[in-house]
Design a protein around this ligand. Structure first.
Ligand SMILES: C[S@@+](CC[C@H](N)C(=O)[O-])C[C@H]1O[C@@H](n2cnc3c(N)ncnc32)[C@H](O)[C@@H]1O
Length: 206
């Protein structure tokens, strides 16, 4: 297994064009799960061009993003302006970001894959910033996606095994949903077709 870190330069290159790398619409799983929730303060880690955070802001959420990409930040500002909403977007790295405990009502991310050693050290730190009763909602690619051509990391080190992920992040949470699912993606040319995904929805217990 290689430990590939796709750095800020690569994400900037992806987001610097006129188009929208993953579309302008929110991720469908996040939209489905967030829509019934009462709005509050939400963190959208690794939100790239800001499609999830901007959509959430239109639904009344106080939406915050951190992401490595300056170009992603510019796109997010553009999308937010087009939707007459504001999103707070910090260009920042999961590995070095400080998280305050009990800050967010929601943490939601789509395709926020990082090398496994970074995941195990930093996802729990990040989730500790949820309030008691706060929601964590995510969609990521399953390890079996390595055989598919509908998007996602090309290294097993970044792909998710559900049991391993839950072992790292599940303590202290009610599991509302945690499953490996086969779905048809239609987000953009980068994420289109049959895909094997991990969908998780947790609520913080303590
Ligand atoms: C596949 S893109 C997904 C973007 C967005 N979540 C979406 O679904 O449209 C992954 C995003 O994670 C960000 N990212 C990767 N590693 C990161 C890190 N260590 N800290 C912060 N952001 C990171 C990238 O800059 C990129 O925007």
């Amino acid at each position: 297994m290689s430990n590939v870190k796709f750095g800020a330069d690569a994400w900037d290159a992806r987001f610097s064009g006129d188009g929208w790398a993953y579309g302008r619409e929110p991720n469908r799983w996040l939209e489905e799960r967030i829509s019934p929730l009462t709005s509050g303060k939400g963190l959208f880690p690794g939100d790239g061009e800001g499609r999830n955070a901007v959509w959430a802001a239109t639904k009344g959420w106080d939406a915050h993003v951190f992401d490595l990409s300056v170009e992603g930040q510019k796109k997010c500002v553009k999308l937010a302006n087009e939707n007459s909403v504001t999103v707070t977007y910090d260009v920042d790295d999961l590995e070095t970001r400080d998280f305050s405990p009990q800050e967010y009502d929601l943490i939601a991310c789509s395709w926020f894959h990082v090398p496994w050693s970074i995941f195990t050290t930093n996802y729990p730190r990040m989730l500790n910033s949820l309030k008691v009763g706060g929601h964590f909602i995510t969609e990521g690619y399953h390890t079996s996606q390595i055989e598919m051509n509908s998007g996602g990391p090309t290294s097993l080190d970044l792909l998710w095994n559900l049991d391993e992920v839950m072992e790292v992040i599940g303590d202290g949470f009610e599991i509302v949903h945690a499953a490996v699912e086969s779905t048809i993606l239609d987000e953009s040319d980068l994420h289109r077709g049959k895909a094997n995904v991990v969908r998780i929805h947790l609520v913080k217990l303590n």
